[in-house]
Write a protein that binds this ligand. Structure first.
Ligand code: GDP
Ligand code: IMO
Ligand code: MG
Length: 426
C-alpha cells in the first residue's frame, strides 16, 4: 500500500489537523515528519477542541498508530505535557511512538531563539514561535545535538545536557542575557525522560514494517510549503523541509513507497510572523477575514495576517510538492463577501510573471495582479455535499484549482468533521 503525504501549501494553518483527523477514518498509521511544537494543529470533535503540537492528529481514532518521526525536533517537557493532557481527556497515548533519532529541544534553545530574535533589527526579524526550533536544527546540523535515544539513558543524558547548557550559558553571559537555571531545567528534563522513555522506538523500523504489512499510512506535514527552509521565502521560513520530500527523510520512507500527495489549501491566504506576503490586506477587510476566520495562532495566539488567495504562490507550492489532491478549507469564511479577488500574476519592475520569485526582497515589492469573482453571500457552513454549494462558490473553487493546476477532492466549510464535502473519490 503506497504511503500518502499531507502538506500545507501556503504559510501554515491551512487546516491540516482537521484534514488528518478526517482522513484517518481510513488510515492505520499517522507519521509526523518535521518541525516541532511550533506547529498548532486544531481538531474539533463534537463540542471538544484539541490543539496538537507534536502528537500526530491521528490520535483521536482508536487503533491508529501515531509516530513522531526522526525529522522532528522535540521538546521533551512540552511533549510530556501534551501527552499527559491528552490522557487526562481520555485519549489513548500508548499508541504514540517517538523516534530515537529525533533531536531534542531544551530550554537553552528557546532562550537562544528569543535572544536571536531580539538582536535582529526591525525588517530582519523572523517572528519565530520562540520554541527553539531553529536553534535545535542548527545543533543537529552542527552535530552537537542530543537525540531522543538519550532519553532512555538518563545518566548519559545528564552529562550531555549539562555540557550543552554550560556552553549556552556562556553565550548568554557574553550577551549580558539571563542565564538558564541548569538545575531546575535538568529536573524537568529528567522527569520528562522517565515519562517518554517507553515511547522511544526505532520508528523507521516501525514504519517500514507497517509498509511491508500493507498498512495504510499518512504522513502529516507541519507548517506550509512557503515556510520550507529550501523552497520557502528564505530567510522568513522555519528550519525544516515542510514540503512532501521531507516525508522521505523525516520518516525514513523510501521515495518508491510514496503514493499520493494531499495539499491543504485555505480559500484565502494567511501568514503569522514576519516575511513577504504580496496579497496581504492591511485594511479593515483583512481584519474582517481575521475576525470571521478566527485567525489567531494556535501556538502563540498571535493575530494572523490575512489576504486574498495567491495563485502564483499556491501554484508554485503544488509544483514543488507534486500535489495530486487538494483539500480546500475555510470556504465558509468568505460567505459574507460580495467580491473576491484572486492574485493570478505579479508585476515586477513593469514585467508580468506567473512565477514565484526566489528572494524575499523581490517578493516584498511585487505588485499583485488580481482578477475578481462575485461572492455568494449566503452560508456554506451547512452544505453537506459539493452540489449544495452556491454556484458562485463552486465557480470560485474551480477557478482556484485551475490556476494552481491540481484537482479538488475535498472542500471544508467549517471546523467540524461533518463540515467536510467530498468532491471526488478519496
Ligand atoms: P493547521 O496548523 O494547518 O492544522 O491549522 P490550524 O489548526 O492552526 O488552523 C486552522 C483553524 O481553522 C483551526 O482553528 C480549525 O479548527 C479551523 N478550521 C479548519 N477547517 C475549517 C473550515 O473549513 N472552516 C472554518 N471556519 N474553520 C476551519
Ligand atoms: P502549523 O503546523 C504558521 C512560522 C513562524 C515564523 C516562522 C519561523 O500550525 O501550520 P519557527 O518558530 O518555526 O522558527 O518560526 O515560521 N511558523 C508557523 N506559521 N503555522 C505554523 O505551524 C508555523 N510554525 C512556524 O510564525 O514566521
Ligand atoms: Mg496551525
Amino acid at each position: 500500500m503506497p504511503v500518502d503525504i499531507l502538506v500545507g501549501t501556503q504559510w501554515g494553518d491551512e487546516g491540516k489537523g482537521k484534514l488528518i483527523d478526517v482522513l484517518t477514518r481510513e488510515i492505520d498509521m499517522v507519521v509526523r515528519f518535521q518541525g516541532g511544537n511550533n506547529a498548532g494543529h486544531t481538531v474539533e470533535i463534537g463540542d471538544k477542541k484539541y490543539v496538537l503540537h507534536l502528537v500526530p492528529s491521528g490520535v483521536f481514532r482508536p487503533n491508529v498508530s501515531c509516530v513522531i518521526g526522526n525529522g522532528l525536533v522535540v521538546d521533551p517537557v512540552a511533549l510530556q505535557q501534551e501527552m499527559q493532557a491528552l490522557a487526562e481527556r481520555g485519549l489513548d497515548i500508548s499508541v504514540v511512538e517517538l523516534s530515537d533519532k529525533a533531536h531534542l529541544i531544551f530550554e537553552y534553545h528557546k532562550l537562544a531563539d528569543a535572544l536571536k530574535e531580539e538582536d535582529l533589527e526591525v525588517g530582519r526579524k523572523i517572528g519565530t514561535t520562540k520554541r527553539g526550533i531553529g536553534l535545535a536544527y542548527a545543533d543537529k546540523a552542527a552535530r552537537t545535538g542530543i537525540r531522543a535515544i538519550q532519553l532512555t539513558d538518563p545518566d548519559e543524558l545528564e552529562v550531555l545536557f549539562r555540557e550543552q547548557a554550560e556552553k549556552y550559558n556562556e553565550l548568554f553571559a557574553d550577551a549580558n542575557s539571563q542565564l538558564m537555571d541548569v538545575e531546575a531545567e535538568w529536573r524537568k528534563v529528567k522527569a520528562a525522560a522517565a515519562f517518554l522513555a517507553p515511547h522511544v522506538k526505532d520508528t523507521v523500523l516501525t514504519v517500514n514494517r507497517a509498509i511491508r504489512a500493507g498498512k495504510r499510512i499518512l504522513c502529516e506535514g507541519a507548517q506550509g510549503a512557503l515556510l520550507d527552509i529550501d523552497h520557502g521565502t528564505y530567510p522568513f521560513v522555519t528550519s525544516s523541509n515542510t514540503t512532501a520530500g521531507g516525508a522521505c527523510t523525516g520518516a525514513g520512507i523510501a521515495p518508491k513507497h510514496i503514493g499520493r500527495v494531499w495539499g491543504v489549501m485555505k480559500a484565502y491566504t494567511t501568514r503569522v510572523g514576519e516575511g513577504p506576503f504580496p496579497t496581504e490586506l492591511t485594511d479593515h477587510s483583512g481584519e474582517a477575514l481575521r475576525g470571521v476566520g478566527r485567525e489567531f495562532g494556535a501556538t502563540t495566539g498571535r493575530p494572523r495576517r490575512c489576504g486574498w488567495f495567491d495563485a502564483v504562490a499556491s501554484r508554485y507550492s503544488c509544483m514543488i510538492n507534486g500535489v495530486d489532491k487538494l483539500a480546500m478549507t475555510k470556504l465558509d469564511v468568505l460567505d459574507g463577501l460580495s467580491e473576491l479577488k484572486i492574485c493570478t500574476s505579479y508585476e515586477i519592475n513593469g514585467q508580468i510573471t506567473a512565477d514565484m520569485p526566489n528572494d524575499a526582497k523581490t517578493l516584498n515589492v511585487v505588485n499583485p495582479i488580481y482578477e475578481s469573482m462575485p461572492g455568494w453571500q449566503c452560508s456554506t457552513a451547512t452544505a453537506r455535499s459539493y452540489h449544495e454549494l452556491p454556484g458562485a462558490a463552486r465557480r470560485y473553487l474551480e477557478r482556484l484549482a485551475e490556476l494552481v493546476g491540481a484537482e479538488i477532492a475535498i472542500v471544508s466549510v467549517g471546523p467540524k468533521r461533518d463540515q467536510t464535502l467530498t468532491v471526488q473519490a478519496i
